[in-house]
Design a protein around this ligand. Sequence first.
Ligand code: HEC
Ligand code: HEC
Length: 328
Amino acid sequence: MRRFGSLFGLFLFVSFVVYCKTYSTETNGVGPIDSDAKSQYKIALGRSLFYDPMLSRDTSISCAVCHKQDLAFTDGLPQSIGIKDRKGTRNAPTLTNVANRPYFMLDGVNPSLEAQITAPIQEHAEFDFHILLIVERLKSRPNYVRLARMGYNSEITNWVVFNSIAEFERTLISKDAPYDHFIKGDSSALTPSQKRGHDLFFNTLYCGKCHNGPDLTNNVLTNNGLYEKYQDSGRMRLTHHEADRAIFKVPTLRNITVTAPYMHNGRFESLEEVIAHYMAGGAKHPNKSELIVPFDLTKDQRTDLMHFFESLTDSVFLNNPAYSEIEY
Ligand code: HEC
Ligand code: HEC
């Protein structure tokens, strides 16, 4: 009886293995897929969705219209423009190393990249659409259905759309700017002028108190004194607390030379204007950080600072073929 029991157990085990093999063959048509391959299918799906205008109500724009690779995934506009030329109120931030951010949006309202994606989908001045309607549309595309099977062993669902785009965003990693080589110990990676700019930024001035770490941001929400009165209430939009009025996330400065115009509303067209703003010590806003105070710089020092900004530009990232438009 015992022997029969263990034989029966073996039979069950073998049947289970055969069932699993058959099941995975039936679902994806190519046999079992290991987790690395699965993740490549997820990224491939997310990458093509990132470039697909089917995500917007009138199929006129995709994520990439506002997040262009050659501009480090920004759009070059002060405020982004959505479907039917609807004007938004904020500047599109870079997606360089976006996976390193602990929360998303200029006011930090979104806790994950997956959750962030619902914002452009529903926003009136962006896609003005709905995830369920997107899922319905995508189901008519055999290649998307196939990639969802391969990556998720699933049909297309809300989660497949959110997660695959987020997986693609997590691949947007910049680590080849001259500054990266410099912090890894190659002191010849920066020119003498860039080194002087680096020293100004981190030691002489206070910039590095907020713009620090590998991405030149401490990820803190604060105010850098752009106006006495802001049109955009910043984080207060979420919390309704006066202490959060005009509070914005300290942005990364990676690829800063290609992401003009600057600040939450694109107020400054150039980095020279940004430097002039900080030199003047900013406007008197009640929530302005105490760190922001006036200072003087000679013309040569301003040039050094500009050269330091150039050392943050990563042309490998800006031209990486793995991020370019792709259709499946
Ligand atoms: C119409 C232009 C537009 C479109 C389309 C658009 N975005 Fe954005 N994106 C923005 C703007 C503007 C912000 C800042 C919004 C805010 O802070 O309220 C932003 C913010 C983000 C952020 C937050 C980054 C950070 O550092 O906090 C991510 C991530 C992002 N977008 C990804 C996407 C993805 C993925 C899509 C497509 C599903 C998309 N965007 C579509 C303009 C756009
Ligand atoms: C108290 C923290 C803090 C300090 C100190 C600080 N910044 Fe900023 N910086 C910010 C915040 C917050 C923003 C975004 C403000 C907004 O969008 O309205 C910003 C934005 C910027 C931008 C524009 C980034 C973009 O993508 O739009 C640049 C460039 C910049 N800072 C450079 C500097 C320099 C140079 C210094 C030193 C002179 C400095 N910052 C000091 C908090 C700080």
